[in-house]
Design a protein around this ligand. Structure first.
Ligand code: FEO
Ligand code: CA
Ligand code: CA
Ligand code: CA
Length: 686
């Protein structure tokens, strides 16, 4: 018998998600207890009265706020001038460069809607063959073998990489986060999945690499089938564990007594693209695939004590923790893939810690060391960064590529503690701005452990370094990290170095015995989320202090509990549940959403982060019924989005679809990648 789904309207998930989404994507995470029950205290007004932001703005071109660590952190002079632009000014008709398009209105159409003057094409759908020998997609006769050579299900993160030597081609890398069995298999019986269904699902998870061909006169992209770089990695592909936890007792299993080779990557949500030409892939809600968890650490990661939703444990004992208790320790990492080497084994980088990795996006320090920013997407979990101790080698020589594939194995892992600069009494939980006019303050990067060539050192009393890397959430608890409203994707601005973090929502904030508000998470029962802006110390992202402020407090602009960087709210699009973030070539931030709570479908938005239009947010597209918008890539001539889980609404099935996208009535709904371009061939938004 099918598991009973919660009634519509009783879903506790903050983002307006269907229960079907909760069930298949996160293993009903929001129906479980909040896994972070640590007693980290709020230190909201430790430094109250140090320096009011507004007086600072008047006083100096460079704003300084004291950090909790006692250091000094700045938002640069340009940022200061930008803090409250545009009030009372008539709107400019055309928008910031890169954002000059007529915004799409919120809607519930079962299609991708784009601004007038723009066109689109479906680049690739779930099931399209990309490897030699893979058959054409046939949803009624799907096999695991076919799926292993076809584009996977539920595309999330996307990266487009240059392909030298081949005209008008790029390399597309995609994550396939999870499977929606009821939308994939006619007559799916959740209590009794067949081996074939389970093996198809294994093959539909993971990563795809597929070369795409650009059409010269538009932004249209089409896949190049059977290109030698095309690749599928899924639940039975080999991955190498590297870094400080590799080979340790916590990651050894009966099938892998050396603790160095893992089969599969799971629940790859967002990711990142490195300056040395590799891609990073977060393993997010990995817990849901495992049955019979029993330890305290399983509980902190939300591993259930009974059968799993998909019953994989019936077909491979490694998913049964009663038999293989360490297998779950081999998931929850950041995967690094070299898409240019189809023979390479992707690596799970244990130095970046183990949690529900949403994404991982690097930038470089002034001396060339990568810093990787990472969110742990769970209510009341943490924001992290890893700072490598090694410098990136420039160029594309074999030596440089080999060296750069070691950058993420040595360095220090930190967790963020954010301190507000306004008194706690001014944070009433509604989203009303405090008296200094901003949700802002300073922060400290708390070191958790350092991995070096001679081994790893823990900075957390009572935990070994191996424990810190494998049970990173526990290390964050002990370090007193700030409990955030679900840190999702993160993106450093290539122009200013400031880092933008999507905090998608947290309807448990302030509810019952859960933590109440702090200045970085200032709304109780937070339905719509916020976007955090973070500036590192003197532009040295390896320093331990930073400044932060909320750039957006999302929602309906008519709602007083919203904030758009001070931009006039009658000139912006409504936005709810920010998830993925990316920058365009002009330095504008683009934000995709997941779980809109304002009655519209999810979508993609562009917003200026500097200049007079800072905070002017405009909606660029919406996605079909039941879908979230993922993986945005913004290039000069195209916008690429992943339309994930279209038709994923309660009660939907193959027989009773909630969406007919992309191929119309009578055809199975298929998660797909979409390219959008300007009909006249011009650049996006100029
Ligand atoms: Fe898979 Fe955090 O979204
Ligand atoms: Ca403040
Ligand atoms: Ca996401
Ligand atoms: Ca999401």
């Amino acid at each position: 018998m099918r598991k009973l789904l919660p009634l519509i309207g009783t879903n506790p998930h903050g983002g307006g998600r269907s229960a079907l989404t909760c069930r298949f994507r996160c293993g009903d995470a929001c129906f479980q207890e909040v896994p972070n029950t640590s007693d980290n205290a709020y230190v909201g007004d430790v430094i109250t009265g140090v320096l009011s932001r507004r007086s600072a703005l008047r006083a100096a071109a460079v704003v300084t706020v004291a950090s909790a660590a006692g250091g000094s952190v700045v938002f640069g002079g340009a940022a200061a001038a930008e803090a409250h632009p545009g009030h009372g000014r008539p709107p400019l008709a055309d928008g910031a460069r890169g954002l000059r398009f007529a915004p799409v209105a919120p809607n519930t159409e079962d299609r991708v809607t784009v601004p007038s003057g723009y066109g689109q094409n479906v680049v690739i759908r779930w099931g399209e063959p990309i490897l030699r020998g893979a058959p054409a997609f046939d949803s009624e006769r799907q096999t695991a073998e076919a799926q292993a050579g076809q584009f996977g299900y539920n595309n999330d993160f996307l990266s487009l990489l240059p392909l030298r030597g081949e005209h008008d081609r790029q390399v597309l890398v995609a994550n396939h986060e999870y499977t929606d069995e009821v939308l994939m298999f006619r007559g799916y019986d959740a209590a009794n999945p067949t081996r074939e269904q389970v093996e198809i699902a294994w093959a539909a998870h993971g990563l795809s690499v597929v070369v795409v061909q650009e059409e010269r006169r538009s932004g249209r992209l089409t896949p190049v089938r059977r290109h030698p770089l095309n690749r599928r990695l899924h639940t039975t592909s080999a991955f190498e564990l590297t870094g400080p936890a590799a080979g340790g007792a916590l990651v050894r299993t009966s099938a892998d007594p050396k603790g160095r080779t893992v089969l599969g990557t799971l629940n790859n949500c967002a990711g990142g693209t490195t300056p040395w030409g590799t891609t990073l892939h977060g393993e997010e809600n990995f817990n849901q695939y495992f049955a019979n968890g029993s330890s305290a650490t399983d509980k902190r990661y939300g591993v259930g004590t009974g059968a799993s939703e998909r019953k994989w444990e019936r077909f491979d004992k490694r998913f049964d923790l009663a038999q293989e208790p360490n297998e779950v320790h081999r998931f929850g990492w950041v995967v690094e893939l070299d898409p240019y080497d189809p023979e390479s084994t992707p690596r799970k980088r244990t130095a970046l810690g183990r949690f529900k990795h949403e994404a991982a996006q690097p930038r470089l320090t002034a001396d060339g060391r990568p810093v990787v920013y990472m969110g742990d997407d769970e209510r009341f979990d943490y924001f992290y960064k890893f700072v490598s101790s090694k410098r990136m080698m420039k160029g594309d020589s074999r030596k440089a590529r080999a060296h750069n594939l070691t950058l993420l194995d040595e360095g220090t892992l930190y967790v963020a503690r954010l301190t507000g600069d306004s008194p706690a009494a001014e944070l009433d939980g509604t989203g009303k701005l405090p008296n200094d006019g901003e949700f802002d303050g300073s922060g400290t990067w708390i070191p958790l452990a350092t991995a070096g060539p001679e081994g790893a050192v823990s900075h957390v009393p009572g935990m070994t370094a191996e424990e810190v890397f494998v049970f990173t959430r526990l290390a964050g608890d002990k370090a007193g990290a700030t409990k955030m409203d679900r840190p999702e994707d993160v993106e450093p601005s290539p122009r200013t170095g400031r880092v933008y973090v999507a905090l998608t929502n947290n309807t448990n904030r302030g509810k019952g015995t859960n933590p109440g508000v702090d200045e970085a998470n200032p709304r109780n029962l937070n339905k719509h989320g916020q976007v955090l802006e973070l500036a590192e110390h003197w532009d040295d992202p390896s320093a331990d202090g930073f400044a932060w402020r909320l750039f957006l407090v999302a929602g309906d602009p008519d709602d007083p509990a919203t904030y758009f960087a001070g931009y006039p709210k009658d000139k912006v699009s409504p936005i709810s549940c920010p998830d993925n973030v990316a920058f365009d070539p002009h330095g504008n931030l683009w934000i995709s959403t997941d779980g809109n709570q304002l009655g519209s479908h999810d979508g993609l938005f562009g917003v200026a982060v500097h200049g007079e239009r800072r905070g002017e947010l405009k909606q660029f597209l919406t996605v079909p019924r039941g879908a979230e918008t993922c993986g945005p890539v913004i290039q000069d001539r195209r916008v690429l989005v992943a339309v994930q889980h279209p038709g994923e609404l309660d009660g939907a099935s193959v027989e009773n679809p909630a969406s007919v996208w992309p191929d119309g009535p009578g055809r199975i709904v298929r998660p797909s990648v979409v390219a959008v371009w300007r009909n006249d061939g011009g650049d996006i938004g100029v």
